[in-house]
Design a protein. Structure first.
Length: 238
């Protein structure tokens, strides 16, 4: 089970939740190897296997080389959670080229870069696997100051639905989770009290509340669910 961006936040919570439910993990980080290795040790202490891969999901060649080498050495992954992503917020009139390019290349480009080396292997090995992508409430409704982020996350939704159509007859499910305001580093600088007023449940979600859905979509019970976008947002923007 590969979980990208698993050193912290929703990725970390998802990896731990999956490990506690009997899965071995392939963890991923771009720069923070210490946090990733600490998580690996924690998963191993639970009696599961884990290893860490380090690569930049916006770098197509690096993704291909690292993932292909790992598959050749250790075997194909049953499931993939595409969680890694970045945000560089700015209002559109003054958004810089690098802010647009880096977010699109990482969030949406990462979809292609990570899955391209894996999907044909899943098909050729007749693996009835699971693919889960992470979008956002911003990808569903848009958000001021996040034209780049909203575009990338909306693109992930479209790509998820299209890929689900292509892989359905192979027994490979492809689903998308769209979190709202979750207690992570990415939301730590938000005006919490103001944002809570917009959420019907009047609180931020916990990473574990997203992770539990990841775990369900990975299970055999979810074998007939594909091409779906499931929000975890406390009723925000319904």
């Amino acid at each position: 089970m590969l979980v990208t961006g698993s050193s912290r936040g929703i990725g970390r919570a998802s990896a731990l939740y999956l490990a506690k439910n009997g899965y071995d993990l392939v963890l991923h980080c771009n720069k923070n190897t210490k946090m990733a290795n600490d998580l690996k040790d924690e998963i191993v202490s639970l009696g599961r296997k884990a290893r860490v891969l380090q690569f930049d999901i916006s770098n197509r060649e690096e993704c291909k080389n690292v993932l292909s080498e790992d598959i050749e050495k250790n075997g194909l992954y049953y499931g993939v959670v595409l969680n890694a992503g970045i945000a560089k917020d700015n209002v559109f009139p003054v958004m810089e080229d690098r802010e647009w390019d880096s977010v699109l290349n990482t969030n949406l480009g990462g979809f292609y870069n990570v899955l391209k080396p894996l999907v044909m292997e899943m098909i050729s090995q007749r693996m009835k696997g699971r693919i889960i992508t992470m979008s956002s409430v911003s990808g569903l409704m848009g958000n001021r100051g996040q034209v780049n982020y909203s575009a990338s996350k909306a693109g992930i939704i479209g790509a998820t639905k299209a890929l689900a159509q292509e892989l359905a007859k192979r027994g490979i499910t492809v689903n998308c989770i769209a979190p709202g305001c979750i207690e992570t580093d990415m939301t730590s600088e938000l005006p919490v009290d103001e944002v809570k007023k917009m959420i019907p449940m009047k609180r931020f979600g916990k990473p574990q509340e997203v992770a539990s859905l990841v775990n369900y979509l990975m299970s055999e019970d979810a074998a007939y669910i594909t091409g779906q976008v499931i929000s975890v947002n406390g009723g925000l923007y319904q």
